[in-house]
Design a protein around this ligand. Structure first.
Ligand code: ADP
Ligand code: MG
Length: 622
């Protein structure tokens, strides 16, 4: 029997190692950007084609490499950044393992150009599958350019594993943003398929954040800054009113390295405490600097977890630093942030409680039900708020709580839905006398529809959400949606990330009545919107839709389409607290009856509750 163990050829060994370092185009982007930063560049340009699948190129004006170094840089474990094991504990550079270029050269076709300031010519090297194809002198400026083409051309299994271009581009933008945030004094640009996505002049951290996260943060950032012997923290948190439904804009950097830490996130959330609603996420970009010996840096290159020597100290430090910052800028909530949006729309909340109104309200009978302290402006503690809010929950709650003004009845009048003698909506509306002509709106939230056998209480927001959802499904199946063309097209500016998401959704949005056109740098033209989007609200509608879409994006069980339908339905539904005309109520009622599934919203909340007349009769001894 011959011996069977062999050493793997270099290119195969590198390919295997590459699997760890380069998982997708974005991982290569991260490595190349970090190399440029480590080289001391003040200008770094990233160019990608086909979301990095065809080309990823990073051009920097850093210190460059000598001819020998240029050749050496592609060897595995070749690095200029550490010399011995001790150095590992004082790492100041982003890279140190000497694996990135070797890995990249193993899974792509690479062209490197590099020149040091003191050299007359630079070096050009072409490598394919870890094999040097060409090397020659080249005339160039100081710095380095590395282009990698056709990522995974020699590992088809991995190439096929890559996601769609928009999705890979999102990963690339994520990595780009993280590096660009860490080094605001470096110029960065990102060009994708010839279109400039980012152009970030060097400047302050604040300027950089606003450039990346959007102008709406401009006056809304609170500076965080604390120093101690053990560690420093600096950065910004968004004011409470800038919270979002998605975790998106939250960044932690430790010694300029982006990390993910549920633990530190908890510390920040703790500092915001009562200032923001549950389920809402404040923006933060925080940099923690501490002695490298206090962290375990020797983690996997692509992992973003980090181990601290003493995480409790860091937790406490982060929490109190953010708390301090928020207090200093006296960010006290102007409204109770527990209030949800449907309540915000109610008059009591949206209109200032003036003396004049106070007296007129006091004389009305309603005032007895809603005492002064139950007005939102006087809400002192949450238990009362909860109670107040309960009055506005859909009537089909646990025991079908009715609005307080009906309180005499709610002991005996049970919603029919909960009853074995359940009357289906279909049965209800096929009753001959459906009075849809004179409808009543209660609490600007409930629509009462009467027929011979009883009445229905429709929750206008839930009902409309269902109606829109089904309309969208039908629209994509070919039933067109009424559109209003904008006489003067409106432009909408987006962050690069939202730009990518919106581009991805364009075809579906078109079916749904949103006619958008790319219009240069991070801008779309809104040519038309569905007829029921109020004029002047086109921009907000799209921004909210994106926000909600990202919120649903965390939920993997839905398809892109489903997420979009749900987002739009949720976003466009008329809110509780909106006064409706007879005509509008009629449309809601009729459209709800015409739905395939009429009794619940896409998310399963009831849209209506039915009450039987004979039950009412019984209550009155008839
Ligand atoms: P590491 O960054 O961990 O050292 P890499 O494989 O990323 O390993 O790079 C290997 C070496 O190549 C680096 O240590 C550095 O000396 C050199 N190098 C890579 N990219 C650049 C660049 N853009 N400019 C100058 N030198 C570079
Ligand atoms: Mg590196």
């Amino acid at each position: 029997m011959p011996d069977i163990i062999q050493l793997l050829p270099d290119n195969i060994a590198n390919q295997i190692a590459a699997g760890e370092v380069i998982q997708r185009p974005a991982s290569a982007v991260k490595e190349l950007l970090e190399n440029a930063v480590d080289a001391g560049a003040t200008e770094i340009k990233l160019i990608v084609n086909d979301a990095g699948k065809a080309l990823i190129q990073v051009i920097d004006n850093g210190k460059g490499m000598s001819e020998t170094d240029a050749r050496m840089s592609f060897e595995r474990h070749a690095t200029s950044k550490i010399k011995n094991i001790d150095d590992l504990f004082h790492i100041k550079t982003m890279g140190f393992r000497g694996e990135a270029l070797a890995s990249i050269a193993a899974v792509a076709q690479v062209e490197l150009k590099s020149k040091k300031a003191e050299d007359i010519t630079g070096t050009y090297i072409e490598i394919d599958n870890s094999v040097v194809k060409k090397q020659e002198p080249v005339a160039m400026q100081q710095g380095t350019s590395i282009a990698m083409k056709n990522l995974f051309f020699n590992v088809p299994a991995r190439r096929n594993f890559l996601k769609s271009n928009p999705s890979e581009l999102r990963h690339i933008i994520d990595e780009f943003i993280r590096v660009a945030m860490s080094f605001p004094d470096i110029f960065f640009s990102l060009t994708s398929n010839g279109q400039q996505v980012f152009h970030l002049e060097s400047g302050s951290l604040k300027q950089r954040l606003v450039q990346i996260l959007g102008n709406n943060y401009n006056a809304k950032l609170v500076s965080v800054q604390e120093q101690s012997d053990y560690m420093n923290i600096y950065g910004f948190v968004g004011k409470p009113e800038t919270t979002k439904k998605t975790r998106g804009d939250q960044y932690f950097f430790v010694n300029n390295r982006f990390i993910k830490s549920a633990y530190l996130n908890h510390a920040v959330m703790g500092a915001f405490d009562e200032m923001i609603a549950k389920d809402s996420f404040p923006m933060y970009t925080l940099f923690i600097d501490l002695d490298p010996s206090q962290i375990d840096i020797n983690v996997h290159p692509t992992k973003q977890e980090i181990k601290f020597e003493d995480e409790k100290i860091i937790y406490a430090f982060v929490k109190s630093a953010v708390k301090h910052a928020l207090a200093q800028f006296s960010i006290t909530p102007t409204l109770d942030f527990e209030l949800d949006s449907s309540i915000q729309h109610l008059d009591a909340v949206s209109k200032p409680f003036t003396e004049e109104r106070k007296s007129s309200v006091a004389s009305s009978s309603l005032y007895n039900t809603f005492s002064k302290k139950n007005q939102a402006h006087f809400i002192e503690n949450k238990s009362e708020l909860k109670h107040w809010k309960d009055l506005y929950e859909p009537a089909a709650g646990e025991q079908g709580v009715l609005p307080a003004t009906f309180s005499n009845a709610d002991t005996a009048l049970t919603p029919v839905n909960r009853d074995p003698g359940f009357v289906s909506l279909q049965a209800f509306i096929t009753q001959p006398v459906l009075t849809i002509d004179h409808l009543i709106q209660l609490h600007k939230t409930y629509i009462i529809v009467q027929n011979d056998t009883g009445f229905l209480v429709i929750h206008q927001q839930n009902a409309h959400e269902r109606i829109l959802y089904e309309r969208f499904i039908k629209a994509v199946a070919g039933k067109p949606i009424a559109i209003q063309q904008n006489l003067f097209p409106i432009t909408i500016d987006l962050t690069a990330m939202d730009m990518v998401i919106l581009s991805e959704l364009l075809p579906e949005l078109h079916f749904l009545g949103y006619h958008l056109e790319p219009f240069g740098n991070n801008t779309f033209l809104i040519q038309g919107t569905p007829a029921d989007v109020e004029q002047g609200n086109e921009k907000i509608a799209i921004e909210k839709m994106l926000e909600q879409f990202k919120h649903f994006s965390a939920d993997l069980k839905y398809s892109k389409r489903e997420k979009l339908f749900r987002s739009l339905a949720w976003q466009q539904a008329i809110k509780a607290g909106t006064m409706l005309s007879q005509k509008e109520m009629k449309i809601v009622a009729e459209d709800l009856f015409a739905c395939d599934v009429s009794n619940i919203t896409p998310n399963g909340k009831p849209t209506y509750t039915a009450f039987k007349k004979n039950e009412l009769d019984k209550m009155f001894g008839r």
